[in-house]
Design a protein around this ligand. Structure first.
Ligand code: FAD
Length: 430
């Protein structure tokens, strides 16, 4: 059996490594960081059911808690929405380093070899085909490269043109963040987990989550979070959350989140991307852990079925992922565009006039599409008549959302170069 290299110890890559090693493949994961450096110094929220899907043993209950309800706040802070997530959609909060601990164990127990401290420079390409990776430890050859190197993957960014795979995510598809935990004073709060839309009038969000021992802060913008943006945001958050102190106890750095629909193509001959490298986050909230884990399992099953590393077979992975998760999330790209492409005062209008409702935010947070039945559209139209341009933007976003989901679901069932190319064209244009 030919060798499989997983580029980067991303979540989906580790899952695929564990599954494929169990299926008898010779799998190596190549990661630039050291083992102990993996995983951010903060907690994350994700669907633990993704572990069940991938066949990863559940962590002990002491390692996770049910996620608190969120409160969405408009820029003028006149509206506080507390959407309920669908009852079947439970998400849990867990330390990122603990998530990694379990995924690393799953990969290693399955028989995958993990190699740390090796930087990947790009794909190794021979006769126009990916045949391995170029690394600081030399060239490494294999039959299949699984690209789990994240948003700015050096593998994906340097693929041959003939692969027709997007190399760089555009501005607007990247969400710049700063995250830190600050010590808190004792006391009670009315809203434990606040999300501020257009915080300080800037396109993006900030959150302040009051936990037992600290206040978890995220400042996220569609442009880089400069020192000035950060200082102003922190000052304002302290004012609005008087229990927050100046003492930073964890985190205190930034990272980028992919916020876009899944890539039009994330497979090629001898190549498959998974996770952020393939644009697999939920665009409206930036969650990508569960999607990566699920995609890793789908990819491994696809490969293990017949051992075929060609695009003809790997396309089945892309198709299955789009059907299972990607199509619904693709639709949410429209919601992200809407929420990032209006002015703060339009956002106020949308939330104050209930053009955007608790239900919309609840569904979006759970990764569901924006649904607007006729009765709903009429009600919103009446409430939104005062600001017709904004109303039209919402209507267009709802229309685009539906089209995106439908287009993603209409991806060709089997690989045919012309049919896939024509489909990619349609999907990319929406
Ligand atoms: C502030 C913040 C908060 C988030 N909160 C959540 C959350 O609550 N829930 C959620 O589901 N998601 C969250 N996300 C998103 C989540 O981090 C990603 O979607 C998730 O990590 C999946 O990405 P990945 O595993 O594909 O890639 P990554 O996590 O980016 O992993 C890529 C790996 O590849 C390695 N790598 C990169 N370049 C090279 C190279 N040149 N050579 C070798 N190795 C390389 C990296 O070191 C890394 O280990 C958050 C992200 C941020 C930044």
């Amino acid at each position: 059996m030919k060798k499989i290299l997983v580029a980067g110890a991303g979540h989906g890559g580790l899952v695929a490594a564990g599954c494929l090693a169990r299926a008898g493949y010779n799998v190596e994961v190549v990661e630039k960081l050291g083992r102990e450096e993996l995983g951010y110094d903060w907690t994350d929220i994700f669907e633990l059911s993704s572990f069940d899907f991938a066949g990863i043993p559940r962590p002990p209950e002491s390692e996770y808690t049910l996620k608190e309800q969120m409160t969405f706040i408009n820029p003028s802070r006149t509206v506080f929405l507390n959407p309920r997530k669908p009852a079947n959609h439970f998400e849990y909060k867990m330390e990122r380093k603990d998530i990694y601990k379990h995924l690393l164990r799953f990969a290693e127990d399955g028989g995958a070899i993990l190699r740390f401290g090796i930087n990947i420079d790009g794909p190794l390409v021979e006769n126009g085909k990916v045949s391995g990776i170029r690394t600081s430890a030399g060239d490494m050859r294999c039959g299949l490269v699984i690209d789990a190197c994240g948003l700015d993957s050096p593998v994906r960014s340097n693929l041959p043109e003939g692969y027709h795979i997007l190399k760089k995510f555009a501005e607007g598809q990247r969400f710049y963040t700063y995250r830190a935990f600050f010590a808190r004073k004792p006391g009670d709060v009315k809203y434990k987990y606040k999300i501020y839309f257009y915080h300080n009038g800037e396109a993006g969000i900030s959150w302040a989550a009051t936990e037992e021992k600290y206040i978890d802060i995220l400042i996220g913008r569609f442009t880089p979070v400069t020192q000035d943006i950060m200082d102003r945001a922190l000052e304002d958050l302290r004012e609005d959350n008087p229990l927050m102190t100046r003492e930073r106890i964890r985190g205190g750095y930034g990272a980028m989140i992919s916020v876009r629909k899944p890539l039009p193509l994330f497979v090629g001959n001898g190549y498959a991307a998974v996770g952020d490298s393939a644009g697999m986050t939920i665009p409206i909230i930036g969650s990508g852990i569960a999607n990566s884990i699920i995609a890793g399992k789908i990819l491994a099953d696809t490969v293990a079925k017949n051992g075929d590393f060609s695009i003809n077979n790997l396309w089945n992975y892309q198709k299955a992922y789009l059907d299972a998760r990607g199509a619904g999330h693709a639709g949410l790209d429209a919601m992200k565009e809407l929420l990032s492409g209006v002015r703060a005062k339009d956002m106020d209008f949308m939330m104050e006039r209930r053009i955007i409702t608790e239900k919309d935010l609840g569904r979006a947070g759970a990764g569901g599409e924006i649904r607007m039945p006729l009765s709903d559209i009429l009600g919103r139209a009446i409430r939104g008549l005062k600001n017709f341009p904004v109303l039209m933007k919402v209507a267009r976003a709802a229309g685009r959302s539906k089209k995106l989901t439908a287009a993603a679901l209409a991806a060709p069932r089997t690989y045919d170069a012309d049919a896939v190319s024509a489909w990619m064209d349609v999907y990319s244009r929406i």
